[in-house]
Every structure is written in structure tokens, then in C-alpha cells.
Design a protein around this ligand. Structure first.
Ligand code: SF4
Length: 283
């Protein structure tokens, strides 16, 4: 069986953010043409193109997201730590635009390009991040985020260790990088605070213990509750303060050691509380 994609890429990498960009762009164009498209497409979804990521509260940066095809949808395993319930209720497959076959196909093609031409992928990705950063650099809320003008989430629908695959990405100027992950704290590296990671609690028995390990290190953890839309989330979970993460996706604004509370969405609403979805009562 093929290794999960993150392990394949970590073995081949790390990949540089400088190199022959025109050749990389040409290969991306040819890849898209071979898949039946008439031209290349951006790898990153801009803030206006992603409802969840663009939920701005006035406190967050413009969000750019890299949405690949989750789980094994592209033929490679992109979520090495996924659980059965998160897979079955994955909102990246079961809700919103992801229900459209055309959107899913584009994500699969993008994921397969990453697997086949990782160095080209990283060059094109770094170029898009630089351009987005320059575009927003004049409007940045300097008081809150020092020099950063955009936020980038590389794993909107994947769980790849970008800190190992392309660590140079995190040296790009003016960018806040953040993600959710299902990996235990020992398996991820926040690169000294340059990559804000939020642990995503699953139904696995060890998952709550792993969440506490992230929280104790000053990291954050996301918990999905059975709380209905419009209703208040519990104020605490396992003794830790819960913030409403449905308001905006900018987890990098959360104080250290808080729980990001989410309401179940898509087919997750049909899951029995007690597994991946937790009971919305204070604990
Ligand atoms: S780890 Fe995240 S992206 Fe992957 S299947 Fe689970 S919910 Fe979906």
C-alpha cells in the first residue's frame, strides 16, 4: 500500500520556494489541460471565495486557503490521522460547494499535481502567497498583527506536515500560517510559533487526552458540539474556556490554551453525540 502523502513528500523534500517558476507554472498548466480544463487555476482560494474562511470579525486577516481532496479522494491518503467519524462527516465532502462534482474534481486534480510534481507545486504556491501578501500589504491591521497582512491555511481539507514538506514557506514575509490537525502534539511542529496549529478532537478514546496535551502546552484544541445553530456553545470543556469558532476561522487570534468550539455541520449533524460530536454541556 502507498505511504500517506505527507510521508512521501517529507522523504522527497524539503522543497524550495525559489526555483524555475515559469517551468513550474507551465507544468501546472499542462496538468490542468490534460485533465480537461482550458487553463491553469489558482492553487489558493482567495478570501472572497471561501465562506468559512472569509468570516471576518474585524479581528482577522484576509484568509487564503489551500483546499485539496480529503482522505483518499485523490488516490493518496491526505489525512493520515483521520478518524472514521470525521471521514464520514467531513464537511469538505458533505457540505457547501464541496458537494459539486466540478469542485471535487478540481481539488483531486490539484492534489494529484502535488503528489506528482511537489517542487513545482511549492514554487507556484509560494508565488501565489507572495502576490496575495503584496496585494493586501497596504490595508493591514498593523496594531494587531505586526507586519502580517494575510493569513494562509494550507490544510483546509488535508493534514500534511507542511513544516517538514516546505519549511521555507513559513519564512515568507508578512504571512500568518495556521491550521487544524488531528495529529498528537508530538507529531507536529509549530516552528517556534510561526505555524499556529489547533488540535481537532475526534471520537478516538485517546483524542481527549491528546487535546489536553496540546492545551497544556499553550496550544488550542477544536471540539465539535451538538449545539444547534443560533444556540450558545458550552462555556467550558474539560475545564478549559470555549470560544465560538463558528464566528470566524482565525484561530491564531485565540488566547493560548482555549478550546475552539464548533457546531456540527453537514452530515455531522446526524452523528450521535458522544463520539466525534460532543454533548453541548459544560464539563
Ligand atoms: S482529517 Fe479533516 S479533512 Fe481529513 S477527513 Fe477528517 S475532517 Fe476531513
Amino acid at each position: 500500500m502507498q505511504k500517506p502523502l505527507t510521508l512521501q513528500l517529507e522523504e522527497l523534500g524539503p522543497f524550495d520556494i525559489t526555483g524555475n517558476l515559469p517551468a513550474a507554472k507551465q507544468r501546472w498548466l499542462e496538468w490542468r489541460l490534460a485533465a480537461g480544463y482550458s487553463g491553469a487555476a489558482k492553487l489558493l482560494t482567495p478570501p472572497e471565495g471561501n465562506l468559512k474562511l472569509s468570516k471576518l470579525s474585524g479581528m482577522t486577516l484576509p484568509n487564503y486557503g489551500l483546499t485539496l481532496a480529503p482522505a483518499v479522494a485523490s488516490g493518496n491518503e491526505l489525512c493520515i490521522w483521520r478518524s472514521p467519524e470525521c471521514t464520514s462527516s467531513c464537511v469538505l465532502v458533505t457540505a457547501g460547494k464541496a458537494t459539486l462534482p466540478s469542485v471535487r474534481k478540481a481539488r483531486v486534480v490539484k492534489s494529484q499535481f502535488l503528489a506528482a510534481h511537489p517542487q513545482d507545486f511549492v514554487l507556484v504556491l509560494a508565488d501565489e502567497i507572495r502576490k496575495a501578501q503584496r496585494k493586501h500589504a497596504t490595508n493591514m491591521p498593523k496594531a494587531m498583527f505586526a507586519e502580517d497582512s494575510i493569513a494562509v491555511r494550507l490544510n483546509v481539507a488535508s493534514d500534511l506536515r507542511w513544516e517538514r514538506i516546505a519549511p521555507q514557506l513559513f519564512e515568507l514575509h508578512g504571512v500568518t500560517f495556521y491550521d487544524y490537525t488531528k495529529a498528537p502534539a508530538s507529531q507536529r511542529d509549530d516552528l517556534g510559533g510561526r505555524y499556529h496549529l489547533t488540535f481537532s478532537v475526534s471520537e478516538r478514546p485517546q483524542s481527549e487526552r491528546e487535546a489536553v496535551q496540546w492545551l497544556e502546552r499553550g496550544g488550542s484544541a477544536a471540539v465539535v458540539f451538538d449545539t444547534k445553530r443560533g444556540e450558545a456553545l458550552p462555556s467550558t470543556w474539560n475545564g478549559y474556556t470555549v470560544v465560538d469558532a463558528d464566528v470566524q476561522d482565525g484561530r491564531y487570534t485565540d488566547p493560548p490554551g482555549v478550546v475552539a468550539g464548533l457546531r456540527a455541520k453537514g452530515s455531522g449533524r446526524r452523528l450521535e453525540a458522544g463520539g466525534f460530536v460532543k454533548k453541548g454541556i459544560a464539563t
